[in-house]
Design a protein around this ligand. Structure first.
Ligand code: ZN
Length: 424
């Protein structure tokens, strides 16, 4: 039997998924991997002197990253993009609520969360904390690494209609239960964070903390064909694009961008609708005319695609039903919610043929709205031809998502072919 348990690639992928409960952890882990692989960290506030054939990266605001292999005279960049954030529940600034004998944390919904999937899970907390530093601010990552609370479901005996189309009020039904509270007990959440960091509460200026399911990712299925995990959208793609850059040390002129805030519209300093990528592209295009290089560049935006769900197959157009483990999905939308054009699809078709990777296609039902990605925003901001690709998955935006075990490596194979730049 061809089981994938123990594949070194999948092992590293699952470790990355499990150790990256927030966008800031995903970027820190990617930065560490890049540094171990010889990439040099640059500070955006400093002057740079770039050398051809060296490899660099820049982190912005902890949640976004650009890395590249510096070419001598670049004809055009090959850029792989993905996003670091996932829909989740985030702790409010003054979160502690004491009600009916329990301490709870007030949460806000970040992005398009499939809310019902967060109930009855063992939840932990992780995020970044601003530490006061003589007028400046340092950020430090925190991860509680143990289940510290849950959002219990209501027993079916107390809600007989629970299985008949349940509505969830996010204000009233999501506060996280974290402990019993004696009548005169009080809790200061800054103190709780300070204790985790080994600091004093006075040092904590502010925080951005996410709840996350503690359950580790796992290979599942009778034949081990699937991978179940939190945050597959879109840490799966972050991992694949980083691998494509790191593993291919001859890939000069290849760049990756990991944007933050895609799930909430991408408008931020590290988001795809901000200036981050353009600013780095301009600084890294040192030996050539930027405008000429820009129009010769290709952006490949990678974000997971909806694999057809066998119980709900009618939710897909009948001719566009991607399956798990059948290869990368090309995402097409006439209204440009995906950035794919006939030109960019034509290039990818040829790259896929050379890499011996088969492609699948997604085009949504005409009577259903379509999601989007960083692809159209990047194409629009930079004027760089772009294609949207992704691995097929089930249950997008659930607390636990599932993809095929083979697709990540098939996508990597395709991206490796594209780093050769032998097509455009
Ligand atoms: Zn996504």
């Amino acid at each position: 039997m061809d089981l994938n348990y123990g594949s070194p690639f999948i092992d590293r992928l699952t470790k990355f998924l499990d150790r990256s409960p927030t966008p800031w952890h995903a970027v820190a882990n990617t930065a560490e991997h890049l540094e171990r692989s010889g990439f040099i960290r640059l500070d955006e506030r400093a002057a740079w002197s770039l050398e051809a054939s060296a490899a660099y990266f820049v982190v912005r605001s902890d949640g976004a990253l650009v890395a590249w292999r510096q070419p001598v005279d670049v004809a055009g960049w090959t850029i792989f993009g993905a996003h670091t954030d996932s829909p989740n529940l985030r702790v409010r600034p003054d979160p502690v609520v004491k009600k009916h004998g329990y301490f709870q944390l007030g949460l806000e919904v970040y992005g398009g969360v499939l809310l019902s999937t967060w109930f009855d899970r063992d939840l932990s907390l992780a995020g970044r904390v601003a530490i006061a530093n003589e007028g400046a601010v340092l950020t430090e990552l925190v991860d509680f690494e143990r289940p510290v609370g849950m959002i219990p479901n209501l027993a079916i005996h107390l809600d007989r209609d629970a299985n008949k189309g349940r509505k969830i009020n996010p204000q009233d039904e999501l506060p996280l239960v974290i402990s019993r509270a004696e009548e005169d007990a009080e809790m200061d959440f800054s103190e709780t964070i300070a204790r985790e960091l080994g600091r004093s509460a006075a040092e904590i200026s502010a925080f951005e903390i996410c709840a996350y399911p503690i359950e580790e990712s796992q290979v599942i299925g009778l034949e081990g064909e699937f991978l179940a995990s939190a945050r597959l959208d879109n840490l799966l793609s972050c991992f694949i694009v980083s691998e494509a850059l790191i593993q291919n040390d001859a890939a000069e002129g290849t760049m990756i961008v990991l944007n933050d805030h895609e799930e909430i519209g991408s408008v931020s300093t590290g988001g795809a609708d901000g200036p981050f990528l353009e600013s780095i592209l301009r600084r890294a295009t040192i030996f050539s005319d930027f405008e000429r290089v820009r129009v010769n560049s290709l952006m490949i935006s990678i974000d997971n695609a909806h694999g057809v769900h066998p119980n709900y197959a009618s939710k897909h157009d009948e001719s566009h039903r991607p399956l798990l483990n059948e290869g990368p999905v090309v995402k097409v939308n006439a209204n440009h919610r995906y950035a794919t054009t006939a030109i960019t699809q034509g290039l990818i078709e040829q790259a896929a043929e050379r890499a011996d990777v088969s492609l699948q296609y997604f085009s949504g039902r005409a009577d259903l709205g379509c999601g989007s990605t960083i692809g159209p925003l990047t194409a629009g901001r930079l004027g760089i031809d772009t294609i949207d690709l992704g691995c097929a998955q089930f249950a997008m935006h659930s607390a636990r998502e599932t993809c095929g075990i083979k697709d990540p490596e098939l996508m990597l194979k395709l991206l490796t072919q594209l780093t050769k730049r032998d097509l455009f």
